[in-house]
Design a protein around this ligand. Structure first.
Ligand code: GLY
Length: 488
């Protein structure tokens, strides 16, 4: 059997490892713009081949895929560019959301429209705009905390949450909101030809988590919930990145395999699964296309709704893929074949009960000055337990690509233990020219886990209070003398 993996980052290294463990011993092939040394080793060991190429070009991928029995698409952009559609046209089995259904990730406006149209729980209040001028009267009028987002998935870039609580600062906050709205349209959206450019959503708070699922369009099989850490520096400080590291343990983000403490309750986990299922059904109904691949809810446990969708992914998250694939017990070949044949209901998806912590090591300059972060030679004496990410193997040297260099994996009986293992691996990564690298030491520590656990508890108290009073998802204010009034 020949399997082609499309993409060459940490997520795809984890995918390649999962195929390499398969009892069917597939020959593994890979295509990506840069050569990932970890995937390259797997490709060589399995007797496959590594191609360099533009993964967003359906014709190029079709050329490499011609001889393959299966194609697994890692990142979102090939989906947005119709690579799965091209492969379907040629009759090549492909795990990847087609162009139409991947719209739930690509267009944040479509995702919210669908959620409201189908009354799917966990829907945030939002407004969409074709240009930033259209948003100005709205920003002037609505002096509240908001999230400003590019209306297209832009690699997580451009999202800004602006807190607006102090009346005496409201004029200044309006200016910041308008400036950022302008920069979203003019900078982040400049290369994308889409009707809506800008989204404004209500700002919510609570612990975030990613719920990744396999789907064949009929069945949605959920994986353990994972919590990513987007901010660049310890304590959730600094710019948002693609993800600095992630934790998982059991289905519900438990503290440890034997522990009763978890960030989510079982009920919240299954409610989240139901929400993702409803999104898959809705997008299939809207597009009249079948969804074959991975779908994920990037969610938050909010005080308004409980499980709430922040964004949707039409693929595995990165680094979240590593959390689930490193402990996946079910054979990935069998999962993929069941997706293609639309009999995913016959698969029992099983994972080792372990805590997994992933920590990314990045070159200084990431995420906002990638040119500085690029072009350094990486030194790692022993890459056991390490997934290679944005690097390129050129003439035997591993060169940084400007984003995350590696993802270090710790697997243990509880999250702090796994965190310590990942932490020790992070210290093995250096750059030959002495250029600095950084990672987050706090991911998965006892203190950080407790902080998120307490945040979940607080959000839960409030959303359950709302639930008991029939106020779930409703925007209400209390006016003295009048009582509760619905707004928005
Ligand atoms: N970890 C965030 C993402 O995969 O987009």
């Amino acid at each position: 059997m020949k399997v082609l993996i499309v993409g060459g980052a940490g997520r795809e290294h984890a995918i390649a490892l999962a195929f390499h463990r398969s009892i069917y011993s597939p020959k593994i092939y890979c295509v990506s713009e840069m050569i990932n040394p970890g995937i390259k080793r797997i490709v060589n060991e399995s007797g496959g081949e590594y191609f360099r190429g533009n993964i967003n070009d359906p014709e190029i991928i079709a050329k490499f895929a011609k001889e393959m029995d299966l194609v697994f698409i890692g990142p979102e952009e090939p989906n947005f560019h119709g690579v799965p559609d091209k492969l379907e046209e040629l009759g090549i089995p492909c795990i990847g959301a087609n162009r139409a259904v991947s719209e739930i990730e690509m267009s944040k406006a479509t995702m919210r429209d669908i959620q409201w149209k189908y009354k799917i729980p966990g829907r945030l209040w939002y407004k969409k705009f074709r240009n930033y001028e259209e948003a100005i009267p709205y920003i002037e009028e609505y002096a509240e905390s908001i999230a400003l987002k590019p209306a297209r998935q832009a690699g997580g870039k451009g999202v800004k949450v602006i807190e607006d609580f102090q009346v005496y600062l409201q004029d200044e906050k309006k200016k910041v909101k308008i400036q950022h709205a302008e920069s979203i349209v003019k900078d982040y959206m400049k290369d994308y030809n889409m009707e809506y450019k800008l989204l404004i959503e209500e700002r919510v708070w609570g612990p975030e988590y990613t719920l990744q699922c396999f789907t064949d369009g009929r069945t949605v099989l959920p994986m353990p919930a994972v919590q990513d850490n987007k901010h660049a520096f310890d304590g959730d400080l600094g710019m948002e990145t693609g993800g600095m590291g992630s934790i998982s343990c059991g289905r519900t983000l438990k503290y440890g395999i034997e522990s009763d403490i978890s960030i989510l309750t079982e009920e919240e986990y299954w409610k989240s699964v139901e929400i993702v299922k409803m999104m898959v059904e809705a997008i299939q109904k809207e597009t009249e296309r079948r969804y074959h691949g991975v779908v994920a809810g990037q969610m938050m446990l909010t005080s308004i709704w409980g499980p709430t969708i922040i964004e949707m992914y039409s693929r595995l998250g990165d680094p979240e893929a590593a959390n689930v694939l490193m402990v996946l017990k079910t054979d990935i070949v069998e999962i993929c074949e069941a997706i293609i044949d639309e009999r995913l209901n016959t698969i029992k998806l099983e994972f080792d009960e372990k805590a997994v912590v992933v920590k990314a090591v990045c070159p200084e300059g990431y995420p906002n000055n990638r040119n500085l972060a690029k072009g350094h030679i990486v030194k790692v004496h022993d890459d056991n337990g390490i997934l290679w990410a944005s690097v390129d193997l050129i003439d035997g040297k591993i060169i940084t690509g400007g984003s995350r260099i590696v993802e270090c994996i710790g697997i243990g009986d509880n999250i702090p233990e796994a965190s310590l293992m990942a932490e020790n691996l992070c210290h093995k990564v250096e750059l030959e020219d002495g250029w600095r690298v950084f990672h987050r030491s706090d991911i998965g520590t006892e203190k950080s886990f407790k902080r998120r656990f307490e945040l979940a508890k607080l959000a839960r108290e409030i959303y359950q209070y709302r639930e008991r009073r029939g106020l779930l998802g409703r925007r209400v204010i209390w006016i003295p003398g009048k009582g509760l009034m619905e707004v928005g």
